[in-house]
Design a protein around this ligand. Sequence first.
Ligand SMILES: *Cc1c(COP(=O)(O)O)cnc(C)c1O
Length: 422
Amino acid sequence: MGIKALPFDEATIRAIMQETPTPFYVYDEKAIRANARALKQAFAWNPGFREYFAVKATPNPYIMKLLKAAGFGADCSSGPELTLAQRVGLRGDEIMFTSNDTPASEYKLARELGAIINLDDVSHIDYLDRHVGLPDLVCFRYNPGKLREGNAIIGHPEEAKYGFTREQLFEGYRKLRDRGVKRFGLHTMVASNELNGDYFVETARMLFELVNAINAEVGITFEFVNLGGGIGIPYRPEQKPVDLQAVGQGIRACYEEMIVKPGLAPLKLALECGRMVTGPYGFLVSTVRHLKHTYKDYVGLDACMADLMRPGMYGAYHHITVLGKENAACDHRYDVTGSLCENNDKFAIDRMLPEVAPGELVVIHDAGAHGHAMGFNYNGKLRPAELLMRADGSIAKIRRKETEADLFATLDFGGLAGFQTS
Ligand SMILES: *Cc1c(COP(=O)(O)O)cnc(C)c1O
């Protein structure tokens, strides 16, 4: 079984705790940068390749600024996500707006920023035209239906609410062409947390086939195809990361055959990954509060499902390391819980760990994407701080912990006195 290494040790965390008590998130800048370079390298053969970081995975402007410096754009799906992209200085074709069930106000903001607008439905062509006008460049999201299998996180495409059918794509591009749109993109997103690299080569092949068919029938030329996100990460120690270089080369072979040969090059490739960009490089650090022995043995943490929802929500595996006991035998079976009044508030069930004691520190791995971002306030839980371990080893606070004042900011306690109940 593989080992899940940590970029810090117990002494480093204890030092951080002088200023920031647990629970908190910490992200590893050096590893995020190295991984970003590897992703770009895998697609360096394609001039114009761009990764649009899916902002929803880690909507923190400091992380986004790091990724901007690495040459990444942002994939946004709401007004506030567009605002974040704007605040870190992204604009124009550095922003992809892949939304669904979208209000006119958000299309308007996307248009103002010059973002690439990716429509989720054929009816939105008229909607966009009526409310904000059609931009030069428009992209459509394709839903292949029964042609592709999904998985437990993303579901089956034919049951997914997203995207155009194949017939609707032809109808839609014809409409754009007739209304004078000159530049075209094609997008799909059919995978989530997929560890089989071949799946992404298949997705590229599927889009390249469509580019050929639409070009032949509608007479338009595509500027880019966006393969979506969904590259998985090895949450379990025995899993292996996707071989990015192999995926890049697999897609390159299809590109030569299906795009270059028929004269459809150049065609820019885009990805909008979130999870694989930050997921493995973020950690939730928590202190053991209580041990409890009833029908099972429980480790109660000072973090809970409100800090990291994935295990409670979809039974997701997150590896756990007890700091200072990295090499100790995992000979105790525990349920690792938080303090929410919900029994699915468990980070792990029947997990084998070294024997733990109150006051010890645990690290929950692979929490860098869809972690803090999915946090919530149920039971009056306050969302934790986010820290960035800089490349030089220093620690930057990139989000403070929430306070009770933040939690109650939308309430007017002052009105209570005058609120008549009889
Ligand atoms: C969630 C999402 C992504 C990112 O998915 P990851 O699994 O984090 O890579 C990209 N595009 C769209 C449209 C999404 O909804």
